[in-house]
Write a protein that binds this ligand. Sequence first.
Ligand code: PLP
Length: 357
Amino acid sequence: MKITIEPAGPGDPKSLPANLGFGKYFANLMFSQRYSAGEGWHDARIGPYGPLSLDPATVVLHYAQEIFEGLKAYRRPDGKINLFRPWENALRFNRSAERMAMATLDPEDHVQAIVELVSLVQKWVPTQESASLYIRPTMIGTDVGLGVHASQSYLHYIIAGPAGPYFSTGFNPVAVYVCSDQVRAVRGGTGEAKTGGNYAASLFVAEKVKARGYQQVLWLDATERRYVEEVGAMNIAFVYDGTHVATTALSGSILAGITRNSVLKLAPDLGYTVSEERLDIQKVLADIRAGRITEAFGLGTAAVIAPLGTLGTENETYTINDEPGPVARRLYRTLTDIQYGRIPDPYGWTYTINSKN
Ligand SMILES: *Cc1c(COP(=O)(O)O)cnc(C)c1O
């Protein structure tokens, strides 16, 4: 794919505050390309980061034909930059596109666009501990008109910005509300796709329980309201007796996370056993009470491993632990060591971009 390179817009990473937060600042270049039926993908360019101009009747604004991805670029000790499993993101982007009846793209082109963008904005890849450049590929339906149909034209763009640790409280266990009323996604629906509507659907409960001190929502399956699905926008795992990591089996309404998949491969090499199961919430709560579940955490690119401190139902609070457990710490440390290139990567997960800094 030939990408036209244009001059960057205004902005300088040196002017950013030390506390970067998450998703607040963006590098001054972005990738974009357009798709039209008959013509395919065209006009690939990396140009200044800036506003999009969309007709108010654009399909995405009404019928939510939108998908996204999330991955990070990590500053290595030698100054080079690592991407983590970028092809997995590109393949998942296509799976999301298929589910939302959108155009797919050559995964090689997608990875090339990310690599070229990151190379050009490399001074925006932070050097602070636990910080990274968060990369957000996005695709939207751009047909104009209110008839409900799959768009015949699309805009694919990739933005990137320096980010600090995901949770402002740091690597501390969070309070989780177990939601048995609303659901996030239903089997046969769009839960397996990374599409904006899923997140919009989750906001109502998240906002409602925030006032009660909850930082995350644990979602149950839509049919029986019985099996654990995800926590917020993360996959979930429970540690049994400090030695066994049990995560939810992919049910058709769970997003197949790359962090989850990586932990399933990594944990056995660290001496833990792993399983993918249907996890009944009543059994989980009983196992917390009985002390069999010693840790729980969320899994996702943004937070990597997010320790869960308590699970709260309408009537009761179940305390797992009040500080990150040893398994969460060890998985977090090993996975981030691989991502940042601090230890060798025996899995072939990292793709290194030579820095010109
Ligand atoms: C992105 C996402 C995840 C985590 O996926 P990763 O590939 O590990 O970042 C889990 N659940 C949902 C709903 C997500 O959107």
